[in-house]
Design a protein around this ligand. Structure first.
Ligand SMILES: NC(=O)c1ccc[n+]([C@@H]2O[C@H](COP(=O)([O-])OP(=O)(O)OC[C@H]3O[C@@H](n4cnc5c(N)ncnc54)[C@H](OP(=O)(O)O)[C@@H]3O)[C@@H](O)[C@H]2O)c1
Length: 337
């Protein structure tokens, strides 16, 4: 079987594809014949060595996959060979065959495609976790989300609709305005003063989702109303292009605000740090995955897929994201030819 490997820290040339024997599942694992693997922005940061929670090089990225069970461990009795499933392997999902702990695997609803299933877990889980699990989301709440046309951005827009949110503001590149508006958000071009724009309409938003980092975080905080919640869940401003820029990364760290709890107290604002890859309570994730799978089955959510690349073209797929070309999720196709 073939497996994508980040051989060393670097640009797109550090990506290799190797050939090896199929992995064997342990007693509590299943092996999955992968049909689709989701690409996340974090995968690009890992390749550049800008992601603290990544394994040492060489390693295989890939948080989320959909496919068909091809082998079962001795203690696994809730799945059978041939079941269509979606899974969160942690890392290692960019491969034709992947072994995963069976408690990180969920049956795929009949009516859901491999594309939709692989596009769902990380983005919807992250948005759901912020708004619902941490944020005590209420119908009518307003939201600000950045990278609004991307994976988490489009997931947030759909969850907002399903949860009967109020206004959703989405910042994104100017050329993505029509797309962002079609997702039900008010588009604010990236780089424009979103705090001013939001405060023209109201006292601020209930929830601000910031994956940018650096000084951008303080602007997101300022966009909150009294009682509002800020979720800091990324650091995309550390990334310049396919090659690592230490200057950009250092600048992001240097300019990220250190919050003063007394000032936060006086404005009743909260700041959450969110990293789903480092979240320890498996039960919370499992509960959220079950409700998201239900929402998917019932058509309340329907992941937006920008494009599907054969896994041999993984570098081109990642370049597309570096170029800010994606609207929705980019997937890799590992299905047998
Ligand atoms: N903490 C967590 O658990 C967690 C989980 C999932 C995602 N995240 C974070 O959420 C963010 C979105 O992730 P995603 O996987 O859904 O990706 P995505 O939004 O699909 O990422 C691509 C988009 O990000 C925007 N962007 C901003 N800075 C960029 C840069 N330096 N280079 C290229 N594109 C840039 C571009 O949109 P524009 O053209 O509109 O700028 C681009 O199209 C990322 O920062 C990611 O690390 C965090």
């Amino acid at each position: 079987m073939k497996r994508v490997v980040y051989a060393r820290r670097g640009g797109l040339k550090s990506i290799e594809i190797i050939d090896e024997e199929n992995p064997t599942p342990d007693d509590n694992q299943v092996r999955i014949e992968v049909h689709r693997a989701g690409i996340n922005f974090a995968d690009l940061m890992m390749r550049q060595g800008l992601y603290g929670a990544a394994p040492d090089f060489p390693f295989t990225p890939g948080y989320e996959i959909s496919g068909v069970i091809s082998e079962i461990g001795a203690n696994v009795d809730d799945f059978s060979v041939g079941d269509r499933v979606v899974a969160l392997p942690g890392f290692g999902g960019y491969a034709e065959q992947v072994v995963v702990d069976s408690n990180r695997v969920w049956p795929m609803p009949e009516n859901v495609s491999f594309d939709a299933a692989a596009a769902m877990p990380v983005t919807y889980l992250t948005a759901h976790h912020m708004l619902v699990h941490l944020g005590n989301f209420r119908a009518g709440d307003s939201i600000l989300v950045h990278h609004a046309a991307g994976g988490v951005g489009t997931a947030t827009a759909q969850l907002a609709k399903a949860l009967e949110a109020g206004i959703v503001y989405g910042t994104a590149s100017a050329n993505k305005a029509d797309f962002v508006e079609a997702q039900g958000m008010i588009h604010i071009p990236r780089g424009e003063d979103f705090v001013k724009r939001i405060k023209e309409d109201s006292d601020g938003v209930h929830h601000a989702l910031d994956p940018v980092g650096g000084k951008h975080v303080m602007d997101s905080y300022r966009a909150l109303r009294n009682g509002g919640r800020l979720y800091v869940f990324g650091a995309s401003s550390a990334v310049k292009g396919p090659k690592r820029s230490m200057l950009k990364a250092i600048n992001m760290w240097r300019t990220t605000p250190r919050f003063d709890p007394i000032r936060m107290m006086n404005s009743n604002k909260s700041v959450f740090g969110v990293h789903m890859g480092m979240w320890k309570d498996e039960e919370v994730v499992r509960e959220q995955m079950v409700s998201l799978a239900k929402m998917l089955e019932m058509g309340f959510i329907d992941p937006v897929v920008d494009s599907v690349y054969r896994f041999e073209d993984v570098a081109a797929a990642q370049q597309h994201i570096h170029d800010r070309g994606n609207k929705g999720k980019v997937l890799l196709d590992f299905s047998p030819k």
